[in-house]
Design a protein around this ligand. Structure first.
Ligand code: ADP
Ligand code: GN1
Ligand code: MG
Length: 367
């Protein structure tokens, strides 16, 4: 339920966009950690249409205008690609404002956009079977491959150093030293864990790999799967699409899909790395991105999940130590739970490192 003032703001915002019909209802939607997402239903005589309305988090993305320019360039480019249309894949479509813009700015300084709702798709927190993981990997690989020839100029970096684990490590050390909200004492075991693995912060340096257009937030719930066929039909959450390293996309999909639990699981016995899902992800990813990748990129794939899982563990822990200003939280332990789950997953990956490398090797030999 919305407060009356918020409902008024949302209705006024909706009225600025060119959607069909009249607003009927609006509810919060999805499980994103950054933006505020709403599902809008509209009535046009007897027809009901649905749209996604999003308030962009401008604390996280401090140049929403540049972000929306990236968004339009990326979606326009993808729409020209036959590989998308052929496979029945969709590309996010913006609904313009009545004055022809891709977003609107409200009186409180918030930026809003509206998108067509992909009603045949659904997103899951983690896969129910190997095929869903394969599909997600295939779609993210296809996404990178289709954007590999995006014309100049480069996309704007919407969050500089987004996947720079060295900087993430430094930010964690600073948060620990400042201990602004007095939480350091509760996490001494995690601090030891992190410091023991500081080599992971430098294992993959983006500057040593080709700079390509990548998604940067390839969480499993950022892909829509067709409700009936199970096919991946749309890549969503395009706010961090910018120049970067393909390894982070691959690694983040493994982190969220080849894991036996949700990201904030409190029972750590339930958090385990799943090698058979990893296998499907390598297969799906190489199927569509394989021809574009260099030998070094393919060779480094098995290290990427460890690096990104370490990075996310660090980011959640840093946010916890700084008083939860970045990720949305449900309670004051939320970032700590997320961090502990990431580090448990990392341990599980470490234990199964040998089998990860063997699976990867076997697939690469056949590729
Ligand atoms: P955040 O940046 O907060 O994660 P997202 O853009 O990922 O926001 O949106 C949150 C969720 O809403 C997604 O994970 C997805 O499930 C759903 N979603 C986003 N856009 C659409 C769309 N156009 N159609 C259907 N579902 C969508
Ligand atoms: C955020 O927006 P969402 O929920 O898809 C975050 C990702 C993290 C993820 C962890 C811009 O993704 O980097 O991996 O939470 N996005 C941003 O759940 O920071
Ligand atoms: Mg998202």
């Amino acid at each position: 339920m919305f407060k009356t003032s918020e409902m008024k703001l949302i209705s006024e915002t909706c009225s600025l966009f060119c959607f069909s019909g009249r607003m009927d209802s609006i509810v919060t939607f999805g499980n994103g950690n950054i933006n505020d997402t709403f599902l809008l239903s509209s009535k046009d005589r007897d027809d009901t249409e649905r749209y996604i309305l999003q308030r962009i988090n401008h604390e996280v993305f401090n140049d929403p205008v540049a972000l929306m320019d990236n968004f339009s360039r990326v979606t326009d480019h993808l729409k020209q690609k036959s590989s998308h249309a052929k496979g029945g894949e969709k590309v996010l479509s913006l609904i313009e404002t009545k004055d022809g813009k891709s977003f609107t700015l409200d009186g409180n300084g918030n930026y809003w956009r509206m998108l067509e709702f992909i009603s045949e798709g659904c997103s899951l927190e983690f896969p129910e079977n190997k095929n869903q993981a394969y599909e997600a990997a295939r779609a993210f690989g296809n996404f990178q491959s289709d954007l590999n020839d995006l014309p100049e100029p480069p996309l704007v970096e919407t969050i500089p150093d987004f996947h720079n684990p060295e900087i993430r490590y430094q930010q964690f050390i600073t948060a620990m030293q400042k201990d602004r909200v007095g939480r350091v004492d509760q996490v001494s075991d995690l601090i030891t864990f992190v410091k023991k693995r500081d080599h992971l912060a430098t294992l993959i340096r983006s500057s040593e790999f080709p700079r390509r257009v990548v998604h940067n937030d390839t969480k499993f719930n950022n892909i829509l799967l067709h409700k009936e066929t199970g096919r991946a039909i749309c890549v969503v959450d395009l706010d961090t699409v910018m120049p970067g390293c393909v390894l982070h996309d691959f690694g983040d999909l493994v982190r969220t899909a080849a894991c036996s639990s949700i990201e904030d699981e409190q029972n750590l016995d339930r958090v385990n790395f799943l090698p058979e899902i990893f296998e499907s992800i390598v297969q799906g990813y190489l199927k569509t991105a394989g021809n574009m990748l260099s030998f070094r990129e393919i060779d480094a794939l098995p290290s990427a999940p460890l690096v990104i899982t370490y990075e996310l563990g660090l980011r959640f822990l840093t946010d916890y130590l700084e008083g939860d200003h970045y990720f949305k939280v449900k309670n004051e332990r939320h970032n700590l739970d997320r961090s502990r789950a990431q580090f448990k997953l990392l341990e599980s990956m470490e234990k199964q490192g040998e089998s990860m490398r063997e699976i990867h090797q076997k697939i690469v030999e056949r590729f």
